[in-house]
Design a protein around this ligand. Structure first.
Ligand code: CO
Length: 209
């Protein structure tokens, strides 16, 4: 607290306001968490998961990384998905990207950025899978926008094909995977209409795009 005192002051103020409207809020929440949704989003400071959908603590289980990427060798992300699905029994996984994503923009240029280029290789792969569709667009802005959307859809596909989600569906569990995108310019969320509720739908989502 030597140099970031103002943050602790903000925290006290935040806790006080919540207690004022609900004196038992923290007492109730400290006993257990029962979130209904798993949010997989970008680390971007302008896309604070629970704030943009007006949710209080306890409602949203969250995983964020640069450009909301789901990779089958990422133990961190997979552990979050497993805990959310198998222990917390959430019924909805939301992959939420955003327009103007710096990670995606960086993946689109051909300069060197060091370590992060390894991570962004996943986005470059998404570009490669959809190259004809993206290159058919005229402006860089349109290409950027489309890649932000296609990246969400590709990550929805990846979530659906994790062993965790496949197992949940196999055992008859009710579980939906959604693909959304957020606009930094007006704060509005858009549904990319790739809601997947079972194994058969999962194999079709990329065909439609
Ligand atoms: Co981003």
């Amino acid at each position: 607290m030597r140099i970031l005192k103002h943050i602790f002051e903000k925290n006290k103020e935040w806790a006080r306001k919540i207690k004022e409207s609900d004196p038992n809020f923290f007492a109730k929440l400290s006993k257990e968490q029962k979130p209904e949704y798993l949010w997989i989003g970008c680390s971007d400071s302008r896309v604070p998961a629970d704030k943009i959908i007006g949710m209080m603590p306890g409602k949203l289980f969250v995983h964020r990384n640069i450009a909301n990427v789901v990779i089958h060798t990422d133990l961190n992300c997979l552990s979050v998905i497993q805990y959310a699905v198998e222990v917390l029994k959430i019924k909805h996984i939301i992959v939420c990207g955003h327009y103007g994503c710096g990670g995606i923009k960086t993946a689109m240029d051909n300069r060197e950025h060091g370590l992060i280029d390894n991570w962004l290789q996943n986005i470059k792969d998404v570009y490669r899978y959809h190259q004809a569709q993206i290159d058919a667009l005229k402006s860089e802005k349109e290409k950027f926008t489309l890649l932000c959307e296609l990246n969400v859809i590709e990550q929805v596909y990846n979530v659906c094909h994790t062993t965790i989600v496949q197992k949940a569906w196999r055992s008859g569990r009710e579980l939906a995977v959604h693909g959304w995108i957020y606009s930094l310019e007006d704060g509005i969320l858009k549904d990319l209409n790739v809601c997947v509720t079972g194994k058969e739908e999962a194999s079709k989502i990329l065909e439609a795009k």
